[in-house]
Design a protein around this ligand. Structure first.
Ligand code: G4P
Length: 278
């Protein structure tokens, strides 16, 4: 952890803006607990990735929430390249004062230097690849940059560190652990699949029971069963006989593959969700 923190801080010194990448389904649970301390006063944009998998209204409420906390926030879908233009605009906006001051001194604007920071699996590599595209050009090492750090050109206005800052997730809270596991941010071996499936069933039943009924051909009565019994019914329906571990894994994979609807797992703090409704 100390090494990850030190490496992230080293990279921070090289850039103008940090893109803090989180999973839009778990914006809080996929943040590193020490992120504020690590990033310090460096300009930062919080980017809720995988917005295609999250509940759009909740994503907007989360953005409102972060903005109410004076954190710049926006949503993207790095896999399909959606939202990247807004992200670029936001970066330019953040640097406009600085460049205006430089211009007043007769200094020409230069490329804005960016780095991506986040816990594993939030889409850092996907975003780097999308940002840079196929025709990426490596601009070579800069003075003071270790050999391992290279800059990738993003259009004419940006340079991106080719390796992201990787932070560790926080999962001493079992609920956060379940959310991280459901979204694939921590290894399945660290959790009990049946626990995860029961938690998921409860969430989907509360959010969108129809999708569950249709996917696993469940009746209304079956959906009223206690969760453990419902899991047994689904196990049979999937043809796994008594193997509810296999059925649990299938349920979790279905969630990850967006077969159980757009489900955001982190709840927006109450006072913020009302902001989005006004
Ligand atoms: P990391 O560098 O932060 O560890 O994450 P990485 O880019 O490797 O992405 C982790 C997984 O999340 C990948 O799926 C990737 O395709 C997927 N992903 C990244 N961004 C998005 C997004 O905006 N929307 C969706 N739906 N998925 C996204 P994978 O299953 O591990 O690999 P694969 O699908 O590329 O085979």
């Amino acid at each position: 952890m100390a090494k990850a923190k030190r490496e992230a801080k080293e990279k921070l010194n090289l850039v103008d803006i940090v893109i803090e990448l989180v999973d839009a389904r778990i914006p809080e649970s996929s943040r590193n607990p020490l992120i504020d301390e690590i990033v310090g006063n460096k300009p930062r944009i919080m980017v809720l990735n995988k917005a295609d998998l999250a509940d759009p209204a909740k994503t907007q409420a989360w953005i409102n929430y972060y903005q109410s906390q004076s954190i710049h926030a926006l949503a993207i879908d790095a896999q399909h390249g959606k939202g990247l233009k807004q992200l670029e605009k936001q970066c330019q906006l953040l640097m406009s004062d600085y460049f205006a001051k430089q211009a007043a001194k007769g200094v020409k604007p230069r490329a804005i230097r960016l780095m991506i920071l986040g816990i594993p699996n939030v889409g850092k590599s996907t975003l780097i690849n999308r940002f840079v595209g196929k025709n990426q050009a490596i601009t070579g090492n800069k003075p003071g940059v270790t050999k391992a750090q290279r800059w990738l050109k993003v259009g004419r206005n940006f340079e991106l560190l080719d390796t992201p800052g990787i932070l560790w997730p926080k999962f001493d809270d079992p609920l956060v652990g379940k959310k991280l596991a459901l979204t694939g941010a921590i290894k399945d071996q660290l959790v009990h699949m049946d626990d995860l499936a029961l938690y998921l069933l409860e969430l989907v039943l509360g959010n969108n029971p129809e999708v569950l009924k249709q996917r696993y051909r469940l009746t209304e009565q079956e959906c009223q069963l206690p969760l453990v019994e419902l899991l047994l019914v689904i196990t049979k329906r999937l043809g796994f006989k008594e193997d509810y571990d296999q059925a649990s894994t299938k349920l979790v994979i279905d969630y990850r593959q967006h077969q159980l609807g757009s489900l955001t797992l982190d709840q927006v703090p109450l006072e913020a969700s009302s902001v989005g409704e006004n």
